[in-house]
Design a protein around this ligand. Structure first.
Ligand code: SF4
Length: 332
């Protein structure tokens, strides 16, 4: 029954930008870009929609999902594959960029479409592993004994059925050198009913240590339904971390970032990374430059205990690790 619920919720996702603005009492349809919507269509599930405040075109949740005219502006350096991921695929869907861990792009499907997503142009149809391709992934992992962690990503990996996920995780657990299974997902936040008994069944049965990394950018994304989903995960001893993207007009203020960290922690989630925007075509209006980011984080640091200050990071193409950005030179 629960199994059906999350799929039913997804069927009720809104895909028409005019319908979205109408539900929010926003009359200014000139905000919408049909071109951007054609390129990367609107998708917003009902629970997330309920958290957007009405009558406010500047709402930080609305800005994350509305295909806007600002996306039509090209900016030098903003490209379709900003992290050069096509060159890190060792087998369809398997990205091997960092030592000791691999990332498996399981699906292109997501419960929500985030306008700033660095994979919004990713060629999913050529790059998701199933059938023969999945065999290649397993073969690769069996031979690559230095890999100890596998990250399930996408799209959103929890878009895949529990039956398929359960089978995949069993196959992975048979590879002796694999220790950890990390899942990057936005489902527990945007469709909390996805955290059902079937999912908890395979997630808790595996010998692999499991970690869930969420993606929340603003405190308003969290509500009671999300708290229930987090409680289910926490009650099963699954560590919860969060990574956010620093987004102009969404969370680029000291107040928003402090509130985000404090709210995450009250839900049992540890703030982990705050990413600078990856320069993906169509998202340049969300960019916060590095100097402004450092100044913001300096102020944030003054207001929070150290364990609630996320690491400010940047991803550089061809660098075999994320770059941690120090902001101490702006210190008090
Ligand atoms: S992959 Fe993540 S960030 Fe990108 S659209 Fe899907 S849910 Fe949003």
């Amino acid at each position: 029954m629960q199994h059906r619920n999350w799929k039913k919720t997804l069927q009720r996702a809104i895909s028409d930008p005019h319908e979205l603005l109408s539900k929010l009492n926003i009359e200014d349809v000139s905000l919408i870009s049909n071109q951007a919507n054609g390129d990367f269509p609107l998708r917003i599930p009902p629970g997330y929609l309920n958290r957007i405040k009405k009558d406010n075109p500047q709402d930080p949740l609305l800005k994350q999902v509305l295909p806007s005219v600002e996306e039509e502006h090209d900016k030098t350096g903003f490209t379709r594959d900003p992290l050069n991921e096509n060159n890190t695929q060792v087998s369809p869907g398997l990205l091997y960029k960092y030592q000791g861990r691999v990332l498996l792009v399981l699906t292109g499907a997501c419960p929500i479409h985030c306008r700033y997503c660095f994979r919004r142009h990713f060629p999913y149809s050529d790059s998701t592993p199933s059938g023969e391709n999945l065999e290649k992934v397993i073969n690769f992992l069996q031979k690559e004994t230095s890999v100890t962690e596998i990250i399930l990503s996408g799209g959103d990996p929890l878009s895949v059925s529990d039956e398929r996920l359960s089978k995949l995780v069993s196959q992975l657990a048979e590879i002796p050198h694999l220790k950890r299974l990390r899942i990057h997902t936005r489902y527990p936040v945007v469709v909390p009913e996805r955290i059902n008994d079937e999912l908890l069944g395979w997630l808790t049965a595996t010998r692999l240590q499991t970690v869930i990394v969420l993606h929340v950018n603003h405190a308003n994304e969290l509500d009671q339904s999300v708290r229930q989903a987090m409680n289910k995960l926490r009650n099963n001893n699954i560590p919860l971390f969060n990574q956010s993207v620093l987004l102009k007009g969404v969370n680029d203020s000291v107040h928003a970032l402090v509130e985000l960290s404090e709210t995450l922690f009250s839900y049992g989630i540890t703030p982990y990374y705050l990413h600078l925007l990856d320069p993906v075509a169509g998202a340049s209006h969300f960019e916060v430059d590095e100097t402004s980011a450092k100044l913001l984080m300096c102020e944030v640091q003054k207001q929070l205990p150290g364990y609630l200050v996320p690491r400010l990071i940047r991803e550089d193409v061809d660098t075999p690790h994320k770059t941690i950005i120090s902001f101490q030179e702006f210190g008090s």
